[in-house]
Ligand binder design. Structure first.
Ligand SMILES: *[C@@H]1O[C@H](CO)[C@@H](O)[C@H](O)[C@H]1NC(C)=O
Ligand SMILES: *[C@@H]1O[C@H](CO)[C@@H](O)[C@H](O)[C@H]1NC(C)=O
Ligand SMILES: *[C@@H]1O[C@H](CO)[C@@H](O)[C@H](O)[C@H]1NC(C)=O
Ligand SMILES: *[C@@H]1O[C@H](CO)[C@@H](O)[C@H](O)[C@H]1NC(C)=O
Ligand SMILES: *[C@@H]1O[C@H](CO)[C@@H](O)[C@H](O)[C@H]1NC(C)=O
Ligand SMILES: *[C@@H]1O[C@H](CO)[C@@H](O)[C@H](O)[C@H]1NC(C)=O
Length: 503
């Protein structure tokens, strides 16, 4: 069979004799039973070594936490298209149905045609990488050898599976290639903000432009293709705050995809699935809406990783928001060993999570310091407050992400995450529950009780792990191994491993 490949054929590529083969086989069989011949598709996921099992919190997916007794279920993906979850929203259902139709049509058109040799070569490399990661997964269950590796070896509780992460990371370093489309001019393209709340957008754009390790100028050897527009810059330069016409996003992003999809064969070849965009702006997701393929099929690296806004953790990457107020990226503060404040938050009142927080805790309790603005007569500045607090509250505001999460990590203050439908950055690798505390909106009245219940020993452990995780959130220029730039690249690498392009 050419052009298209049955999902079942994938198990041929996995000589692995472990339980994974059985499980993937089970999924394949299940998918075949439920879907019959409709199961042909340009994309497939089942060769993935990751499991995507929703955990107890609303939409939390984890990759490295493989669990024998609960084999991954083929939901929440539609087995026919692999990438598209089933949305409850009727408008989304129609949009997805239309794309599934296009996908079917495309699959039929390509049947019997010669396969693209270049993508076959790329896919063959990925098959090997998956097999090696699976092998690491098996070894990690017995007693994984310590693999010495230059400056850093991931170890400890902060990782879901440190050994598998290391294997995957090293494979990424040796294989992963990113092509950056050169079309487009600054200030809207190849450029972005490097100060304030959206600065990670500009920092990433700058670092990938000058990167010599992952960036390739040879598109045929790339695993992923980057669309280097900046949503912040488009809005800053073209958005009229009076008319508030969002069509500027549609125009710029739509034109760009049209340009690269006519000029190059890569977008059409994968229907956009191996392409990615990146934005830290609240409107990042909205900017992709105008090109449905970009929205539903491409990888989107977003600070606004809100599953209720159709962020899809199978293909999208949660990107940390870091507020570099002065543009100085070296902001680690050693913190104080004398933390006399139990919990601290200062920020404006917006969004449905902060309202109850202020109602319940603003000026209510001397242990829980919650301010809209730090009082003029306060002896402590914002940063000093963070350094003197045991816990730093990180409630979502207008959007799910908050720069306070990383600020807390920098200040060695244990983050208290208060959000809904937020997929945390790097959560497929990092086990957030080991270095943060989660409090739901319903639990807010009991906030103090919950924090007081955490004993001294447990707190010391949490804080030690906050220090351990710092390296993954630090920005370096030029980037250093395992820093925030590399963790973002690794998240993309995982998404690409999760995808098999059958054409
Ligand atoms: C696997 O999942 C089951 C059921 O969800 C749970 O009881 C068990 O503790 C898990 N095992 C591991 C090793 O996480
Ligand atoms: C990709 O598809 C679009 C829409 O069908 C078409 O206009 C364009 O010419 C195609 N690109 C290439 C390189 O063939
Ligand atoms: C950036 O911050 C670091 C640490 O606080 C400081 O040592 C350095 O001088 C700052 N650099 C600039 C350009 O402000
Ligand atoms: C800790 O800070 C408090 C208040 O700022 C101060 O009264 C106390 O002496 C400090 N303790 C130590 C051990 O530094
Ligand atoms: C700061 O000012 C407020 C009123 O604006 C007052 O209630 C509070 O006691 C003052 N705090 C100190 C430390 O002076
Ligand atoms: C997440 O998205 C939903 C749907 O658009 C929205 O109602 C909600 O306010 C968002 N969450 C946050 C914290 O912004």
């Amino acid at each position: 069979m050419r052009g298209v490949e049955r999902v079942g054929a994938i198990s041929n590529n996995t000589p692995c004799i472990t339980v994974f083969a059985f499980i993937s086989l089970a999924i394949v069989v299940l998918a075949l039973i439920t879907n019959g011949s409709k199961n042909l598709s340009l994309f497939s996921l089942p060769s993935s070594p990751w499991t995507w099992t929703p955990s107890s919190s609303s939409s939390f997916f984890s990759a490295f936490s493989f669990n024998h007794s609960s084999p991954p279920s083929p939901s929440p993906t539609n087995p026919k298209t692999a990438l598209y979850p089933t949305f409850k929203n009727a408008k989304m259902q129609r949009a997805v149905a239309k794309m599934v139709e296009e996908l079917d049509r495309e699959t039929m058109l390509r049947r019997g045609k010669e396969r693209d040799k270049r993508i076959e070569r790329i896919e063959a490399g990925l098959v090997r990488a998956r097999a090696l990661i699976r092998e690491a997964l098996t070894k990690s269950r017995i007693s994984p050898p310590l693999v010495e590796d230059g400056d850093y070896v991931p170890q400890g509780e902060i990782y879901r599976n440190a050994y598998v992460f290391q294997r995957s990371y090293m494979l990424m370093e040796s294989m992963f290639k990113i092509y950056v489309y050169e079309e487009g001019e600054p200030p809207l393209f190849h450029n972005g903000p490097t100060k304030d709340i959206y600065s990670t957008e500009g920092i990433f754009l700058g670092l990938i432009e000058s990167n010599t390790h992952f960036r390739t100028y040879e598109p045929d050897e790339a695993h992923v293709y980057f669309l280097p527009f900046s949503v912040v810059m488009i809005l800053e330069h073209l958005f009229d705050p009076i008319t508030r016409d969002k069509a500027v996003l549609e125009r710029v992003v739509g034109d760009y995809v049209r340009l690269i999809s006519t000029k190059y064969p890569y977008w059409n070849r994968s229907l956009g699935a191996d392409h990615f965009m990146l934005s830290c702006h609240d409107w990042g997701p909205r900017a992709t809406w105008y090109v449905h393929r970009l929205y539903f099929t491409s990888m989107r690296v977003l600070c606004n990783a809100n599953t209720s806004e159709f962020f899809n953790p199978i293909k999208d990457v949660s990107f940390p928001e870091i507020n570099f107020r002065t543009g100085n990226i070296t902001q680690l503060t050693s913190g104080s060993s004398n933390r006399t404040i139990l919990a601290f938050f200062a920020g404006r009142m917006h969004g449905f999570i902060r309202r109850p927080l202020f109602r319940l805790w603003e000026n209510k309790d001397s242990d829980i310091r919650v301010f809209q603005k730090i009082p003029e007569n306060s002896s402590l500045s914002y940063n000093e407050m963070m350094e003197k607090s045991k816990y730093c509250l990180c409630p979502s505001g207008h959007e799910v992400a908050s720069p306070r999460v990383v600020e807390a990590i920098y200040a060695e203050c244990v983050p208290v995450l208060i959000s809904e439908d937020y997929i945390l950055p790097f959560n497929d690798v990092l086990d957030w529950d080991k270095f943060s505390v989660r409090v739901s909106v319903e639990e807010l009245p009991k906030l103090k009780e919950i924090l007081m219940r955490i004993g001294n020993d447990e707190y010391t452990l949490l804080q030690k792990r906050v220090r351990e995780v710092q390296r993954h959130f630090v920005v370096n220029d030029p980037p250093k191994r395992y820093d925030v730039f590399h963790m973002t690249i690794h998240s993309l690498w995982l998404r690409r491993l999760n995808l098999r392009i059958n054409f």
